[in-house]
Write a protein that binds this ligand. Structure first.
Ligand SMILES: [Ca+2]
Ligand SMILES: [Ca+2]
Ligand SMILES: [Ca+2]
Ligand SMILES: [Ca+2]
Length: 386
């Protein structure tokens, strides 16, 4: 038995043949006559020492059966021969790396595969024998997040504890090592590319949770742009294609939305006096099952405009004053109401008011609540008609 690592020119055995004759008739010559086709062995012509000529390789040939002949030097025609068989068994050493059957591996998987789901089988062969040829596997790079596992003995790659996410990384590249688990640790590495295929697993996201449009004129016509909402969805194809809708208008439905662009328009006349602001719930929904949906709020605040008439509480007011009344005496109060929800109403005498009245009375027009403007007596006068 020989280790395959035996150096060249090593002595294997010293043949010890004997010949009962004397002189030349007993002088023996040795030859290998069979089993040495690859010339790995030699035998000393005279001394019968069998040696290795070159290094051996168990993986090429694990055993030899050498036929060795010994011939005496008797006269030609009368030589005697003897043969012996030398069995040589070559013992293994770990001198071969595991080698992957493929130069690289590529596979596609859906991003939502579950833990332990099968991904790909890698396989390496090792020409050595026994534990020297046992191949173990491990992932040496590309798996910092533990999205993959490889079975140490079978080389089966499966999903690990962490989920895959195409939106984060659509192509994963692993380096997998096949190795002999001994001190020599012969190994080789193969590249495994995993293409992560999309599924519709992302929800639309609005750029803001609330959009506010202030100062929309209540007289804005139908079709006026109000505000544009925007949502994004990072899935591919229909799973990332969004449609907008007004889900719920708390007040009357006076708005419409472009389902493709998210632009909100007025769809009916507005009226500050009816609703000074509008709150809408707007949704964005993707276009593939299971149809993920997100919502946002849109607040529209109207701008009041003077589109309503002012009316006095009475068509006419009558007041009497004593002719000896003193200046700054209260004569009467008038009150006007506005349909425009104005905070202030300003009062003044009508331009047609007669000049005597203008000389003798004054209307207080300070910007106060509309309730109490007062006419004041300024000078004696019997009657005033405004
Ligand atoms: Ca090996
Ligand atoms: Ca070997
Ligand atoms: Ca989606
Ligand atoms: Ca996706």
């Amino acid at each position: 038995m020989l280790l395959e690592s035996v150096p060249r020119d090593s002595v294997i055995v010293h043949l010890n043949c004997s010949d009962a004759d004397a002189g030349l008739n007993a002088e023996l010559s040795y030859f290998i006559t069979d089993g040495n086709q690859d010339g790995k062995f030699s035998v000393g012509f005279r001394d019968g020492v069998v040696r290795t000529v070159v290094g051996l390789d168990r993986e090429t040939q694990a055993s030899y059966s050498l036929t060795i002949e010994a011939i005496d030097n008797g006269p030609a025609g009368g030589r005697k021969t003897g043969t012996a068989t030398l069995g040589v068994r070559v013992l293994d050493i770990n001198d071969n790396h595991p080698e992957f059957l493929e130069s690289s591996y590529e596979v596609s998987v859906m991003e939502n595969i579950t833990t332990s789901a099968f991904i790909v089988q890698v396989k390496a062969m090792d020409a050595d024998e026994g534990t020297n040829g046992e191949v173990w596997y491990r992932i040496v790079s590309g798996n910092d997040d533990h999205a993959f596992d490889v079975d140490v003995t079978t080389g089966q790659v499966q999903r690990g504890p962490a989920a895959l996410d195409r939106e984060k990384t659509a192509k994963r590249v692993l380096q997998i090592e096949a190795f002999n688990n001994d001190s020599a640790r012969l190994s080789s590495i193969v590249r495994v590319t995993v293409f992560v295929e999309d599924v519709n697993d992302e929800h639309p996201k609005f750029s803001q949770s609330e959009y506010i449009r202030k100062d929309l004129r209540e007289t804005a016509g139908v079709g006026t742009s109000v505000v544009s909402v925007q949502a994004t969805d990072t899935d591919l194809g229909p799973g990332g294609s969004l449609r907008y809708a007004i889900e719920d208008a708390v007040q009357d439905a006076v708005f419409d939305i472009d389902e493709g662009t998210g632009l909100i328009l007025t769809a009916a006349p507005l009226d500050f006096e009816l609703h000074s602001e509008h709150t809408l719930i707007v949704s964005a929904t993707d276009s593939a099952p299971p149809y993920h949906r997100a919502t946002c709020t849109v607040l529209v605040v109207l701008l009041n405009e003077l589109d309503e008439d002012l009316t006095f509480t009475k068509p006419s007011y009558n007041a009497s004053v004593a002719e000896n009344g003193v200046p700054d005496m209260l004569v009467t109060s008038v009150k006007a109401l506005s349909g425009d929800s104005l905070a202030f109403v300003e009062y003044a005498f009508h331009p047609d008011t007669i000049s005597q009245a203008l000389d003798q009375f004054v209307v207080l027009t300070t910007l106060r609540e509309i309730s109490e403007p007062r006419l004041h007596w300024t000078e004696k006068k019997k009657t005033c008609i405004f």
